[in-house]
Design a protein around this ligand. Sequence first.
Ligand code: ATP
Ligand code: MG
Length: 200
Amino acid sequence: MAAPTQKRVRIGVMGGTFDPIHNGHLVAASEVRQHFDLDEVVFVPTGQPYQKRDVSEAEHRYLMTVIATASNPDFTVSRVDIDRHGPTYTIDTLRELRAARPDAELFFISGADAVAQILDWKDAQELFSLAHFVAVSRPGHPLTVSGLPEEHVSLLEVPALAISSTDCRSRVSRGFPVWYLVPDGVVQYISKYHLYRSST
Ligand code: ATP
Ligand code: MG
């Protein structure tokens, strides 16, 4: 009798600056986990993003991501990007995760705004050999795969949360609340370390 074939572990990879992590990120990850029957979603805070300036310290962003995901047994957080020197490129993230988990199938999760830029990313064609890409809907951004290899990209409508980290930072700097936009522990972390007070 043939040995039963072992199902490969299915891992979602949610990359982001997470400055701060908010409920839009968490809903996106949760919906993709459910829809694609993933065993785990790894949140990967970026190191120094090459397209963004004035980003909060990596350690703050990492800790907020840990706080936000701690209560979900299917969510974990990886330090691969913040511990790697130099700018963060998704190709390096995926190569490193693939080397650490050669048995796993990887699903890279990104919002409609980010996926539209994939072809500009470093080593874009190799990205698709390392992971399947899942683009989730995001208010204000059309969800389309135009120009992308359709067999490597899936689209998923998720409950619309018109939340961005930029808006959260701006709200904090203007003294507006971010309760219910980010997890409670993240509200308290932002307040404890006086993040986003002077500039957005
Ligand atoms: P910023 O305003 O600083 O760019 P952001 O809210 O876009 O922050 P990122 O850390 O840049 O958050 O995003 C990480 C990933 O999460 C990206 O793929 C982005 O498209 C996706 N994402 C962010 N917010 C949402 C949302 N509200 N709904 C769906 N996807 C989202
Ligand atoms: Mg963004």
